[in-house]
Design a protein around this ligand. Structure first.
Ligand SMILES: Nc1ncnc2c1ncn2[C@@H]1O[C@H](COP(=O)(O)OP(=O)(O)OP(=O)(O)O)[C@@H](O)[C@H]1O
Ligand SMILES: [Mg+2]
Length: 295
């Protein structure tokens, strides 16, 4: 996969970033930022600004609209540039490496911190199709589609980061959350293999650790994972469990929390039975994770 932002970042000057930021700012009020407003904000002559926007347009960082005014909006590539620039300036991400996983709603990349630590960058990309349910619910009109994708991606990253911070604080086995900007999350990179592909020496012990995770999450962080599966559990080389992927997590007092908790446990039960013929009673586990803390 080509990562446009990485290809063009070195060609961008500070002034280009200021223009991209001004486009982003204008998108708070309308789908396309009016060029005259952008010019005022970045304090440039219109002609000069149009020249810069034209270049950014050729780089595929912005889209143009010509109607009763001339407007621009960010593409995902432009949004990527702003987030990466922010993480670079905060001295969080020094450079990006190879893709680790390119999923439906996220791209995960290897990265390096300024201290030389190998870290991971997760970029949320809520695209129109996957977003259509939310769109229907909120009755967005189709011309709001684009702004909604960037917005939905940012909201998703913020939600995931907040859940990770809560879980990490109470000692749940998850990657250390490092930072978040716009639709991106930076986190510790875990060595290991997803449960679905891992060689497991003692399945019962792995199962037990996952159940302990569910319990800590529920009782101490007051959260339900909501998408717990063999794909979102990493088994480390020393055979311990690290849980990942939290954009769906909900607070334990949320109306759907109990259903999600039951579903997580049900999925776990089905997987361990199918793969390892390990049987447990989901309602007993449900009682265990929600019950008295001394259990
Ligand atoms: N902190 C991490 N350390 C190591 N690998 C990770 C980490 N976070 C994510 N990964 C890898 O990236 C993949 C995708 O990450 P994640 O599950 O968070 O996103 P996703 O939205 O589920 O993506 P997908 O649509 O591919 O399932 C994971 O299955 C895992 O292999
Ligand atoms: Mg996943």
């Amino acid at each position: 996969m080509r990562f446009k932002a990485v290809e063009v970042l070195r060609d961008l000057e500070q002034r280009d970033f200021r223009v991209l930021q001004a486009v982003e700012w204008g998108m708070r009020w309308s789908e396309y930022s009016d060029v005259e407003e952008i010019a005022k904000r970045v304090d440039l002559h219109l002609e000069k600004l149009l020249h810069i926007l034209d270049r950014l347009h050729k780089m595929d960082l912005v889209e143009r609209w010509i109607g009763d005014y001339v407007g621009y909006r960010l593409t995902f590539h432009g949004y990527d540039c702003l987030a990466l620039d922010a993480l670079y300036k905060r001295r969080v991400v020094e450079s990006l490496g190879m893709p680790k996983g390119l999923g439906k709603e996220s791209n995960v990349f290897h990265a390096l911190s300024f201290d030389g630590e190998e870290i991971l960058l997760k970029i949320h990309r809520i695209m129109y199709q996957s977003f259509s349910q939310v769109r229907k619910k909120r009755e967005y009109t189709s011309d709001k589609r684009h702004i909604s994708e960037l917005y939905a991606s940012r909201i998703s990253a913020e939600a995931e980061y907040e859940s990770m911070k809560k879980l990490y604080q109470v000692g749940a086995p998850i990657p250390r959350p490092i930072d978040q900007n716009r639709h991106m999350i930076v986190m510790e990179k875990i060595e290991g293999i997803e449960l679905v592909k891992a060689r497991v020496a003692d399945p019962a012990q792995i199962l037990e650790e996952i159940i302990e995770f569910i319990k800590i999450a529920w009782q101490k962080a007051h959260l339900v994972h909501g998408d717990l599966s063999e794909h979102n559990v990493i088994v480390t080389p020393d055979q311990s469990v690290i849980v990942i992927d939290f954009p769906q997590a909900v607070p334990s007092d949320h109306p759907t929390a109990m259903d999600l908790l039951e579903r997580d446990i049900q999925n776990l039960s089905a997987y361990f039975f199918r793969k390892y013929k390990l049987k447990f009673n989901p309602s007993e586990v449900l009682e265990y994770v929600t019950g008295d803390e001394k259990n």
